[in-house]
Design a protein around this ligand. Sequence first.
Ligand SMILES: [Zn+2]
Length: 163
Amino acid sequence: MKPLTEQEIRAAFLNCTKGEAKRLNVPRGLPELPWEELDFLGWRDPQAPERAYLVAELDGRLAAVALRLSTGGAGQARRSMCSLCLTTHSGGVSLMVAPLAGKAGQQGNSVGAYMCTDLACSLYVRGKREAGAGGRLHESLTLAEKSERTLANLAAFVAKVTV
Ligand SMILES: [Zn+2]
């Protein structure tokens, strides 16, 4: 993806208030991130580990989503699959819950999806980070096709947030 600035990221949030988007912690050292190896940027808030965020360019527009890790203890140890990059982890996948955009979100409505807990989907897809034995299925897809699929899955999730 193309490198993003802090201002671009903050302005792209769909499901939190302007004040929240202004205050939330964006990753340090943005210019040094390996942008060319990222399909989207996802991060956990270092000061509030139950908060996570992701930002991607979808259909030429930036979309950022604020997430919360659902800490339901059950299922943590089971092997589960990230709904974005389709990597299977034992214990490395979390249910991420996003408030819906706008009024629906203020009324407490949300949508959830299982995602890599570290949101490093791009690195698993590229084999830069290992998810353990059997983490990635052998596929005949090219990297570009896998990246495209990750982004399509992400776009489907963002569409649910913005209904
Ligand atoms: Zn993933």
